[in-house]
Design a protein around this ligand. Sequence first.
Ligand code: ATP
Ligand code: MG
Length: 286
Amino acid sequence: MNNMIRIAIQSKGRLNEQSVELLQDAGMNVNDQKRKFLDRVDNFPIEILYLRDDDIPEVVADGSADIGIVGYNEVAETAADVNIVRQLGFGGCRISLAIPKADEYTSPKYFQGKSIATSYPNILRRFLEEQGVEASVRVIKGSVEIAPAAGIADAIFDIVSSGGTLVSNGLKEVEQVIHSEAVLIANPDLTPEKQAILDSLLFRIDAVTNSRGKKYILMNLPADKVDEAISILPAMRSPSVMPLADNSWCSLHSVVKADELWDKIERLKQIGAEGILVLDLDKVIE
Ligand code: ATP
Ligand code: MG
């Protein structure tokens, strides 16, 4: 069907909730309660196909789905022929080599002749080849981190986010091979009709992702401090300045990054800002 696109997302697991939330924030009525295998959205020309993450890149490459949301690591592993259309800013992790923590490590030559357990054999083989290292790759699908203690392999190549799992299994991370986050992928041969639907979806997704990690801030400020405030608060173009009834004061509005918020508030207070309000941002259209 050309008047609609199909998106593949993870049916359950770490990326499911945030994938659904992104589509909902982009205005789509996604009913994730009565989640079916295939679900039509009633207020946007899209249907949602819920799959295991491993299957998403290939299903998009062969056109069974037009687009998908999946970890970049799965795209790299399958080497599927898809376009990466957007990085989505969630599901961040890295895939790393880890070894028993008592071992000394100086370079990838450590792995010469060793065995490495992983669920990502293709990414690992590419890395070993680049490094000119020969090692035996053991594919295991789950609980990779217990392989060295269980005598299944000398080392592992696995997903790391905080590193806590490695430490509790007596391992240390020695090489970060790829960094990953959730990406929006698309079939490279979309019809013009489907491309047009994707473009309007991207417009909405960008408005949502642009608002993330940002706050709207407004305050009253002595009129002679506006230039100083502007240097503290460079906004999308520049802060809006509005006169107040008392013309020695004005009202100033701007957008700041959430992680810089408290530092900026301190500096604004020092130059005399009062009545500072901080609001959540829902959408930002640039
Ligand atoms: P499925 O049943 O769909 O095959 P899965 O068990 O293979 O799921 P999940 O553990 O749900 O996969 O992880 C999905 C994706 O989330 C990973 O491929 C990766 O991109 C990302 N991710 C982010 N942080 C982590 C982490 N700490 N551990 C595992 N995956 C992570
Ligand atoms: Mg999987």
